[in-house]
Design a protein around this ligand. Sequence first.
Ligand code: SF4
Length: 189
Amino acid sequence: MKKAILHTCCGPCAGGVLKAFKEKFDEILLFFSNSNLNSREEYNKRLFEVKKLAKKEGIKLIEDDYNHSDWLRYIKKLNRENQPSQIETEAEGGERCRRCFEYRLARTAELAKKKGFSFSTTLTVSPYKNELVLNEEAKEVEAEGSLFIPLDKIGNKKEIWKESFKISRELDMYRQKYCGCEFSIKNTD
Ligand code: SF4
């Protein structure tokens, strides 16, 4: 029996990815692990949409602890080259994001290992995320007995993204305007 845990960043990304995984796996769990989110309010908004999707699809949702200060400590550690990190000021897509992926995917891999599932993430479907970096980080944290499934093994990313967009419209989901952490909030005035 093929079983997968899907790390779920938000409802608008998740719909198409879940649909594609359902065609290839017998059992799927959604795992909401997003301590990167800058406030409890934002966290609750995104969780609400994921719950809506899980209910509609009849899929079990597991919620991780929300611990933003632990996430902050993690991303502020020295970077891999052991240089002082400019993590708070750097542009989106750099070392901070790499660490952020690592933090969330490591927790997903750990849960997958405990349950004997494979794992993947809805983050990969976003056109704003670097798929290569995500896949590299997932491979880094892949624990013995929990295989990482890259999105390109499941289907065409662009098509899956389109489907996610369609589902998010149908379910009238909240669509956030920023990635998630306080460093990603842009002044839109
Ligand atoms: S911009 Fe997004 S991916 Fe990067 S650190 Fe912030 S929340 Fe994580």
